[in-house]
Design a protein around this ligand. Structure first.
Ligand SMILES: Cc1cc2nc3c(=O)[nH]c(=O)nc-3n(C[C@H](O)[C@H](O)[C@H](O)COP(=O)(O)OP(=O)(O)OC[C@H]3O[C@@H](n4cnc5c(N)ncnc54)[C@H](O)[C@@H]3O)c2cc1C
Length: 488
């Protein structure tokens, strides 16, 4: 039986990102993926939000995605467009990029990092003992891992076999989604009727048409047929516009569920395996990638025995509330899309509110992921929030915060006078960088804040401590997050 430190079930966006994070930390990781290749039809995610682009930037790989997509200044919420071009981030936009393009680019990075992917192979069961997990594979010998991470999507076998409850709402509505070619030019844009909202559109001239149709009754998930699609078009538009061919047809619902626990022993969940919700607001892939970035360095430190296993509890503590908030805002968006007059009145009210700056900033801060705040207690406003990508001057020349995070190692960034703290007990784990920042520090929702004299930045880009190098809490913060001091 082959042994690895970590076995990841599922090589979708979440599994790939987690594998990259672990590989950067030098962890022996393998992905088991049911699909024979990274190919995907176009029926899934359509874009990256600002915080996801930032985490890719923190690893030095954002450009690969940016060059393949198109930036748009506004993100969608319940039928409203929220402009984020005034947000203080280098990535103040949504990047239109299909999941079918995103996955191969991410897989290319994971491949460069040397992570093996067992393709056309399925996890069919597992057994945990006190020291790890034996993972049973379809048609082959088992694998053994100290940890198994279920990144195996909404129907996660890992979640079910671990006995982790998936609580929430059953579906109430289903939508048909397709990419089609038509002989006639259809009516592009949104149409509202007593069944809901329908939309036809294309990103570029000459491209096939993408459509989303609200179904008249809830249909079970599964691939609808061409004749069902034709009927649905005629029911809404009175014509099928000479529907010639469908490149793919799929269906999604507003089922909204979350795993009650993201960890059971040596088994963890991330991405859709931990939370499913309707695609309104385009947050599923984004949330999964960010789960992976939160978990990766923690799992690496536990595997390396730098940190105790209890560090893994902070993964659930930090990411479960983020997932719950995503579920909440997608439920609200589904409610906003209801077709009757009372919901129209609610939509009008929301549109008026979101036309104001403060509500727009709040909601857009949430959808973009830029406002995420892990509860690390009282303190400086940066504590638990993402560290902004400040321009820095160092003895080695100009740099920026995100560049310091490329190798996914923690950084103690000193923006005050150099000296004054002995990093040597953590020097094998934490890099001390003396730098100067001329200018202000601004957060997307809070606005301008006082730049602290020093910050501890975790590998996921969140601030674990902010203060003065002489503060007595600094050694404790380093020990809490990156393990006990090593004696000289
Ligand atoms: C219509 C639609 C539109 C969407 N739009 C957006 C959007 O605009 N923005 C956004 O962020 N998200 C969007 N999403 C959501 C997004 O597609 C998912 O959240 C995302 O794919 C989740 O990634 P994941 O890696 O967690 O899971 P998945 O992408 O589901 O990947 C799971 C992987 O695990 C593999 N697998 C499953 N079981 C096993 C097993 N037993 N053994 C081995 N491998 C296994 C699967 O083959 C798959 O590759 C949309 C979804 C839909 C349906």
């Amino acid at each position: 039986m082959t042994e690895h430190a970590v076995v990841i079930a599922g090589g979708g966006p979440t599994g790939l990102m987690l594998a990259g994070e672990l590989a950067l930390a030098g962890i022996d990781v393998v992905i088991v993926e049911r699909r024979a290749s990274q190919d995907l039809d176009g029926s899934r995610a359509g874009g990256l939000h600002a915080r996801t682009i930032e985490v890719l930037d923190q690893r030095g790989i954002a450009e690969r995605f940016l060059s393949a997509g198109q930036a748009h200044p506004s993100l969608g919420y319940g039928g409203n467009f929220l402009d984020i071009s005034d947000f203080p981030t280098r990535h103040n936009y949504v990047l239109a990029l299909w999941q079918s393009q995103f996955e191969p680019i991410l897989a290319g990075w994971v491949d460069e990092l040397g992570v093996p992917i067992l393709r056309a192979c399925e996890v069919v069961g597992f057994a945990q003992d006190g020291t790890g997990v034996e993972v049973e594979l379809s048609g082959g010998p088992s694998l053994r891992g100290r940890y198994l991470v279920g990144c195996d999507g909404g129907r996660s076998l890992i979640r079910k076999a671990a006995g982790i409850d998936f609580v929430g709402l059953d579906p109430s509505t289903s939508w048909m989604i397709a990419e089609v070619e038509m002989d006639e030019e259809p009516e592009l844009g949104f149409r509202h009727d007593r069944f809901g909202t329908h939309a036809l559109g294309r990103r570029e001239a000459g491209e096939p048409i993408r459509l989303v149709l609200t179904e008249r009754q809830l249909e079970p998930s599964g691939e609808p047929s061409m004749s069902e699609l034709r009927e649905a078009l005629v029911a809404v538009y009175g014509t099928d516009y000479g529907l010639r061919r469908a490149n793919w047809i799929s269906r999604f619902t507003d089922m909204t569920r979350q795993a009650v626990s993201y960890r059971r022993g040596c088994v963890l969940l991330a991405g859709d395996a931990a939370h499913v919700h309707p695609p309104q607001g385009g947050q599923g892939l984004n949330t999964g990638v960010q789960d992976a970035v939160n978990l990766g360095w923690k799992l690496a430190q536990v595997v390396n025995e730098t940190s105790p296993e209890s560090l893994l509890d902070t993964y659930h503590a930090e990411r479960h509330p983020v997932g719950a908030r995503v579920l909440n805002n997608t439920m609200a968006q589904v409610a906003l899309s209801r077709p009757d007059d009372r919901h129209q009145a609610l939509r009008n009210t929301m549109a008026e509110l979101l036309g104001m700056d403060e509500p727009r900033r709040r909601i857009a801060g949430m959808l973009s992921g830029l406002d995420i705040h892990y509860d690390l207690g009282e303190g400086h406003p940066l504590l638990g929030r993402r560290m902004p990508d400040l321009d820095l001057h160092t003895a080695d020349g100009p740099t920026r915060v995100f560049t310091l995070l490329h190798d996914a190692r923690p950084v103690l960034l000193n923006l005050g006078e150099p000296g004054g703290f002995d990093i040597s007990p953590w020097a094998n784990r934490v890099r001390l960088v003396d730098a100067r920042h001329d200018g202000t520090c601004e957060l997307p929702v809070l606005g301008e804040i006082v730049t602290p004299p020093a910050v501890v930045i975790r590998p996921d880009g969140h601030v674990a401590w902010a203060g003065d190098l002489t503060d007595r809490e600094l050694p404790q913060a380093l020990a809490t997050w990156f393990g006990a001091a090593t004696p000289a």
